[in-house]
Every structure is written in C-alpha cells, then in structure tokens.
Design a protein around this ligand. Structure first.
Ligand code: DSN
Length: 478
C-alpha cells in the first residue's frame, strides 16, 4: 500500500467516527500517540500492520456466521466463507498443520475449543454427544448436570503459574480449573528450567487425560518431542498452547524438537502476540480432532468475528513472507541482547537468560516487588508488566518479577544496540528506586520512592531512543 494511502485510510476513518462520537476518535488518536511515545516491552503485545488493522474496520463485522465454512446456521455467508477459508489455508501452510480453525476470539477461547474437543474425543459421555448435537440454547439444566456428572473430574497436567504457566491450563480462576482436576509441574529450583524427568514422574503418578505445554512467562524453549513421549507413556493427549511464541514457530526459529506442530495432538495460539496479527486465537490439529474442533462455535464460542478472520488471513499471509523469518530471528537476538545487557549490569534473571522473546527479571535483587518495579518503570516511560517468579515470596498480586519482551520493539525496527540502551534505562530506574513505607510506617509492597526528575530524564531518553524508529511512519493524523 502506498504510504499516503495508509494515512488517508486512517485519517478518513477517524473523520467519519468524529462525526458521530468525537471522544472515541480522540481516544483512538491518543492511543497512537501513547504507543508512539512509550518503550513497549510487554511480552504479549505487538503492532499489527496497517493492512491487518484496516481489514477489521468494515462490514464483514455485520454478518452472523455460526458454523463453519460451507456449513453455516445462517444464509448469505459466502464472503465470510472466503475469508475464513483463506485464514485457515494460510495457517495450515504457515505451520504445516493438517487442520486449522481460525474462529476463536482469544487464546482462552482457543483453549476452550481444544479442551472440549479432547473431552469429546476421549471421554465416553452420552450427555456430551447430546450437547454436541444440539444448539447450546436447547440444552436443559438436566442436560448440563448429566454432562458434569459424566465428564467427572478429568485430569490435566500443566506448568505451574509461578514457573510461567498460564491461567487457562487448569487453574481455578479460569473455567479450565473447574472443568479439570489439575496438577502442575514446576521448574528446577536451581536452574529454573523444566525438568523433564520430573514431568514424567508427575505424569506417571497423576495419569492425566491432557498434558499441556506452553507458557506466558518462561524464558526458554520446551522440547516438545520429549513432552510427547511423556504424554504417550501415560496415554495422555498432548496439547501445546503456543500463544506467546507462535511468531517464533512461524518464523522457523523454533524447529525440530521445539516446533510443537509435529509433536502435539492439538496446538492453540493467539494471533496478536509474536505472530503480529489481530487480537484473536486459532487451533491447529490433525484429522482425528478436526471434526470436534470445528464444533467450537456454537459449542463454546459465540458467533465468529468475520472481520477479525479477514485480518487473521492478512496477518498470516504476511507471516508466510520470507521477511517474517528475519523478524522472528531478530526478536530472539534482541531478547538475548537485552538479557546480556541486564546481566552485565548486575540484574538477576530467571534461568539466567533467554532463548525466546522474553526475559524475566527477579527484582528482589533490587530490593523491590514486581509491583513497585512495574510502576517505577511506567513513570519512566517504560511499559512492562509484573509477573510471578518461581516460588515467588510475594504471591501473584505483588510478585517479584518484571516480564519484558521484544516482539513490539523489534517490529519498530530496534536492534541489539538499542536493546543495550534499553537495559541501561531499566537498570538505572530499578537501581534508583527504593521500597516505600505504608501509612503505619511498615514496609509496603506497593509504595516506592523514585526521584521524579530521574523518571522524567529516563522518559526523555526512552523517547529519544524511539525517534529513529517511528511507529506507523506513514500514518499522519494531523
Ligand atoms: N495476557 C497474556 C499475557 O500477557 O501473557 C496471556 O493471556
């Protein structure tokens, strides 16, 4: 697209929106300004391309399309069929999967689709068969009770939250924790790495129906071949949630034993993290689970979002281009440069480094909680998020870690030299911040002391660092 076409497209869209509700147009414009200004290091965020963003703002949004391609509960879905089929084809080709389902609205939804597909495949349940055969609105309360009784407490083994696992892998605050009796595997207390012998031991003891691999805060690769062998040894279905590292799989940085697709029975992902697409999810599987997966809507999903599937098709087409592999490699090079820069300045990192897109700083080394560190960095124009570290003494709310990731800054074009500067800025803020005290004079896990002049100075330096790497350079909103 010519540069001025991008500018015209976004400007015109805002002008039209402004004619109805100017405050929405203002908020959209302000979001671009904020994103341009800040050093975005949230490991799960990125910047989608203008083509991907524009594919979402149109009348495809107006169409209901429950069901799947060629088998809809609504008439007139021919154009939705086109975009859904295209997105699925790009996903299959990109990841080398036999089947792709591109309707999930998020990673949680993708996981729910996968869990129901696994249950339907593995558990003998007349109530589940009935639930699958009918529209969800036609099920009675008795049907739901029968379903619960027949499914019982099926078992799931996944990575523990404080080792970097995800809430949707059977933890209580998520519905997966109510659907499954969950047990988790942690990481080695000395190295912070997954200990496959201990995973195998836990699998032998617990005999899970589902073994899940995948993470949102583990800075290393996982050997999916070994995990599959463990799953096979206990008759478990092996599921990988690659939401965080899908871009590294797409860009062929994670290959062989580290590519989940040839090893897992079923793979789920988001599309908006390292994959750099629109906000959404997808599921990949072999032919044996395909039929159950395709029942995702209306079984556990609301009507598909055709405009988002169109954007998924665009983003997946982009990820199939050779330059996406360069991007994926650069994400990891940048994360490693950031980790090295931090280590050289004395930071303590979980596992001592990274081989993916994220770095987890243990900020107890700076005498801070994750919450204090997160806020001090935010004051200084550096956007990160707090995260638990293994065996976290501060729990899941305050935490002891700061998770930082490179997909977004890599999209802007920053390289390893800028990562060293970024490490310097982070280190200066964290080493100059001290823990504050509460109103009663006792140590606080939330309050912190940071000289506002220093925070301003770092914000300016962060902003200067970004000046050579404009975000959406063709888009001028005036
Ligand atoms: N919220 C995502 C993340 O930040 O990792 C995962 O769900």
């Amino acid at each position: 697209m010519p540069r001025n076409a991008e500018s015209t497209a976004f400007r015109s869209a805002l002008e039209v929106i402004r004619g109805v509700e100017p405050r929405v147009a203002d908020a959209i414009g302000a979001e671009l300004a904020d994103q341009r200004e800040s050093l975005k290091l949230i490991a799960s965020e990125n910047y989608a391309s203008p083509a991907t963003l524009l594919a979402m703002g149109n009348w495809l949004s107006d169409k209901y399309a429950e069901g799947t391609v060629g088998r809809r509960f609504y008439a007139g879905c021919q154009n939705v069929d086109t975009v859904e089929a295209l997105a699925a084809e790009h996903a299959r080709e990109l990841f080398g999967a036999a089947h792709a389902y591109v309707q999930p609205h998020s990673g949680i939804d993708a996981n729910l689709v996968a869990f129901w597909a696994i249950l339907a495949d593995r558990v003998e349940s007349p109530a589940l068969k009935k639930a699958q055969a009918r529209h969800v609105n036609d099920l009675t309360e008795a049907d739901w009770f029968a379903l619960r009784r027949e499914l019982g407490d099926q078992r799931m083994l996944g990575m523990s939250l404080d080792a970097g696992g995800h809430l949707t892998h059977g933890f209580r605050p998520n519905i997966s924790g109510k659907m499954f009796d969950q047990r988790s595997y942690g990481t080695d207390p000395d190295t912070g790495l997954v200990d496959y012998d201990r995973v195998a031991e836990a699998a032998r003891e617990f005999r899970p129906l589902v073994l899940v691999a995948g993470y949102s805060a583990y800075p290393r690769k996982i050997n999916f071949r070994i995990m599959r062998e463990i799953a096979d040894s206990v008759g478990a279905t092996f599921m990988v949630d690659m939401a965080h590292f899908a871009g590294l799989v797409a860009g062929k940085v994670f290959t062989g034993d580290f590519d989940p697709v040839p090893h897992a029975h079923i793979v789920t992902s988001t599309t908006h993290k390292s994959l750099r697409g629109p906000r959404g999810g997808l599921v990949l599987c072999g032919p044996e689970l395909a039929d159950q997966v395709d029942r995702g809507c209306p079984m556990v999903l609301g009507g598909p979002l055709p405009h988002v599937m169109a954007a998924k098709a665009v983003a997946l087409a982009e990820a199939r281009r050779p330059d996406f592999a360069d991007y994926a490699r650069q994400i990891v090079d940048n994360a490693q440069a950031l980790a090295e820069g931090l280590l050289r300045r004395g930071a303590k990192l979980v596992t001592g480094g990274t081989d993916n897109h994220l770095v987890l700083i243990d900020v107890t080394g700076y005498g801070l909680t994750g919450r204090q560190a997160e806020q001090a960095l935010l004051d200084s124009g550096i956007v990160t998020n707090r995260n638990a570290v293994p065996q976290d003494p501060n729990g899941a709310w305050y935490t002891s870690g700061i998770r930082i990731g490179t997909p977004a800054l890599t999209t802007r074009g920053l390289g390893t030299a800028e990562m060293d500067t970024t490490a310097e800025l982070i280190h200066v803020v964290l080493s100059q911040t001290s823990a504050g005290v509460g109103p009663d004079g006792t140590a606080s896990k939330a309050k912190y002391v940071l000289d506002p002049a220093l925070a301003d100075k770092i914000s300016r330096q962060a902003s200067e660092l970004l000046t050579g790497f404009p975000l959406y350079p063709a888009v001028e909103l005036g």
